[in-house]
Write a protein that binds this ligand. Structure first.
Ligand code: PLP
Length: 384
């Protein structure tokens, strides 16, 4: 039996989500912009999904934009606000962190490298935490956007979003958070978090790939990067993907309703896994914050180890996991997240992320603990 421990990369679609999506493929399929009965049925489903999401985020339905993925939500938020602010003569300075997903980091980099924006990247500590005081100190008169992720995808650290939200609000600076990893596990009340823009992705919360949500607080300056029809309150043109939107709304409803109980279950499994790994594998280290972390994330580095070799051995043993490093050129590159947290290059190359989900059990954890020490020993013995 395979053991899937890569839920931070993607989750299986919840059968309860598939069930509510099904009628919208071939029974209610009208274009939600139309005027006939089929179209109105689609529009009603869309309205209902928007209301469901708005209730969870504690905002109005008009502030919810459905998108094609988490990456698109981040792009619309960052590019949209940056362009609108610059056009309004507000400035061109963006504050962010070095541990953002590339959907955020590369978007801001492009704005800076090609379009004349400037960025201040506030540091993170060795756990991946940002100090809100560092964000406050980075604010300038021309700061037009702050973007800090809610929870990190590699190491699971949960960042102090509400504190940063409070200081952004005080200075009147739009605040964006990438909540793609947090959405399944953390509260999403945008009033309590004091965020102006928040991104969610379907496939991390047991909905399908290819659908996302962006919350945009009323009054936030935003020039939509995509142009076309007037869909989604003029913020994201394109015929609405009704089945997927119905699906992501139901998935968000389910993960948020079941969050507390499932978080307790997952955190117990995660802690058993972390304890077991650190006790049985020499030269191993937990990455990310010991307590301020997502309940499903157990991430490590192993000295004198190459991540790809660990993953290969795990895969052969039927265990699916991920590392933090990407190898695109034949030369393994350490993850930008681990490097920003101060981990030495060599150590960062031996990263392993085990991300738990609904189907995982104690037996899965025990199986990993049974075979991982041998795998690490084998990989170390084989050398680089
Ligand atoms: N942001 C974070 C933190 C993520 O982990 C991911 C996906 O890995 C994304 C954004 C991108 O989401 P999507 O795959 O829906 O484009």
């Amino acid at each position: 039996m395979d053991i899937y421990l890569d839920h931070a990369a993607s989750t299986p679609v919840d059968p309860r989500v598939i069930e509510v999506m099904m009628p919208y493929f071939n029974q209610i399929y009208g274009n939600a912009s139309g005027l006939h009965r089929q179209a109105r049925a689609s529009a009603r489903a869309l309205d209902q999904a928007r209301q469901t999401v708005a209730d969870i985020l504690n905002c109005t339905p008009g502030e919810i934009v459905f998108t094609a993925c988490g990456t698109e939500s981040d792009n619309i938020a960052i590019r949209g606000v940056a362009w609108a602010q610059k056009l309004a003569g507000k400035g061109n300075h963006i504050i962010t962190t070095p541990i953002e997903h590339h959907a955020v980091g590369h978007t801001i980099d492009q704005l800076c490298d090609r379009f004349g924006f400037e960025q201040t990247v506030v540091p993170v500590d060795r756990y991946g935490l940002v100090d809100p005081a560092d964000v406050a100190a980075a604010i300038r008169p021309d700061t037009i956007l702050i973007s800090v992720m809610y929870a990190n995808n590699e190491v699971g650290t949960v960042l102090p979003i509400a504190e940063i939200g409070a200081l952004a609000r005080e200075r009147g600076i739009p605040f964006h958070t990438d909540a793609v990893q947090a959405a399944g596990y953390e509260p999403l009340d945008v009033q309590a978090l004091q965020v102006d823009l928040l991104a969610v992705s379907g496939h991390k919360i047991y909905a399908p790939k290819g659908v996302g949500i962006l919350y945009v607080r009323r009054g936030t300056p935003l020039l939509p990067p995509l142009t076309g029809g007037s869909h989604e309150n003029n913020r994201r043109p394109g015929t609405e993907n009704v089945p997927y939107i119905v699906g992501i709304a139901r998935a968000l409803e389910l993960v948020q309703a079941e969050r507390e109980e499932e978080n307790r279950r997952l955190a117990a499994l995660r802690d058993r896994l972390i304890r077991g790994v650190l006790e049985t594998i020499p030269d191993s280290q937990l990455t990310g914050h010991p307590t301020r972390r997502l309940p499903n994330n157990a991430s490590f580095v192993f000295a004198h180890c190459e991540a790809d070799a660990i993953l290969m051995h795990l895969d052969i043993a039927g265990i699916q996991a991920a590392s933090g490093s990407a190898c695109t050129t034949g030369m393994p590159e350490p993850s930008h997240v681990l490097t920003a947290m101060g981990l030495p290059h060599e150590l960062a190359l031996g990263a392993l992320r085990l991300s738990l989900g609904r189907q995982n059990t104690e037996a899965d954890i025990d199986r990993v603990l049974e075979i991982l020490p041998d795998i690490i020993q084998k990989v170390r013995a084989a050398g680089p």
